[in-house]
Design a protein around this ligand. Structure first.
Ligand code: MRU
Length: 349
């Protein structure tokens, strides 16, 4: 089975697997402009914190390439790129990887001289490096994280923190993948993750593809499973980790962390260091995306309640650091106190 990545750089376009169509249909879209990429992020055809960062970086490359036809000097190119950056940055507010990747691309823009061909080539190299480094980070995270997974563990995961949510291999699912590859006979409880069903549609698809044993559950089964001692650990990804270790991740993560603590089950977070945001002192400062209530009033486009039923649809919640056993990164495992550990891990090169 070939290595799975949600996007492929074609040199003058970005091919993205449409995650809104999976698993029933394997459909691709081709983005030729930064606006195309922004639309794909907004509509969640591509989603997951690290993947959003990677495709946004390629969005900047596309912006530079398409600008070449209409601009005359470096100054105009700079304005064009800053406009593209703004468009890409305005897509989804919670995953800090988006802003982290755009900042890396901006550094290239400001560092480069007046040669526009050179600027484009440097931007392209940087975007490719961001994607390559993400896969490498996930593989290392997998290696560190697998040491925390006991033989024959029953693992509960939420949402999709797999290959589809990154440049490849995955964060939380990368750790599970690594444990499976090491021959540990793990089994995964995959919750549906309403309303967008990333667990049911995407995580189940990835695990099935890799032959990793799993069982799909609806979101409300987790408590019963934990009480019945059928869960050994919970592992999730993250969209943003604050300086004190509070973790923003897919809505419902917090409830799982509370349940896990109540039942004495370790709750792990796996995320690359690009997800750490020391400028947010605590989770209270993390912007939480609010999405259209239609996602709650419908399932895969099928209406389940009348259109005028009020619905509340926050895309993420914050899990306080006290409920997190450890944060697994590509540079090692951080245990409490997180404040110090997170700061130190960012100093390692
Ligand atoms: O709304 P989504 O699907 O982009 O949310 C994704 C998550 O919450 C993931 O757990 C997180 O981005 C980590 S992905 C490696």
């Amino acid at each position: 089975m070939p290595h799975l990545s949600p996007f492929e750089w074609l040199g003058d376009a970005l091919r993205i697997i449409d995650q809104t169509a999976l698993p029933l249909e394997e459909r691709y879209i081709v983005c030729r402009t930064a606006e195309d990429v922004a639309d794909a992020i907004k509509s969640m055809k591509v989603r997951g914190a690290p993947a959003i960062g990677c495709v946004a970086a390629f969005g900047m490359v596309l912006a530079a390439k398409t600008a070449l036809a209409k601009i005359r000097c470096r100054h105009e190119m700079f304005d064009e790129l800053m406009r593209a950056k703004e468009t890409l940055a305005s897509t989804r507010p919670t995953a800090v990887n988006l802003f982290w990747a755009l900042d890396r691309m901006t550094k290239v823009v400001t560092r480069c001289g007046t040669n526009l061909d050179e600027l484009i080539s440097e931007l392209e190299s940087e975007a490719i490096a961001i994607a390559r480094e993400d896969v490498e980070a996930n593989m290392r995270m997998g290696m560190y994280g697998a040491s925390l997974i006991p033989e024959r563990a029953n693992i509960l995961t939420h949402c999709n923190a797999g290959a589809l949510a990154t440049a490849g291999y995955g964060t939380a699912l990368g750790v599970i993948r690594a444990a499976h590859e090491q021959g540990k006979k793990v089994h995964v409880w995959v919750d549906e993750t309403r309303p967008f069903l990333q667990g049911a549609r995407l995580t189940a698809w990835e695990l099935q593809r890799d032959g990793i044993p799993f069982t799909l559950i609806s979101d409300n089964v987790a408590g019963m499973l934990m009480r019945s001692k059928m869960v050994d650990l919970v592992i999730v990804g993250a969209d943003r980790i604050a300086a004190n270790g509070d973790v923003a991740n897919k809505i419902g993560t917090y409830s799982l962390a509370v349940l896990a603590r109540h039942h004495g089950i370790p709750f792990y977070v796996a995320a690359p260091t690009s997800t750490i945001d020391l400028s947010c002192h605590s989770g209270d400062e993390i912007p939480i995306e609010q999405r259209d209530g239609e996602e709650v009033r419908t399932i895969l486009g099928a209406r389940i309640v009348p259109a005028d039923v009020p619905a509340f649809n926050p895309a993420f919640d914050v899990t306080p650091h006290e409920l997190v056993e450890a944060i697994i990164t590509e540079r090692g495992i951080i245990k409490p106190p997180f404040e110090e550990g997170l700061k130190n891990i960012l100093l390692i090169q």
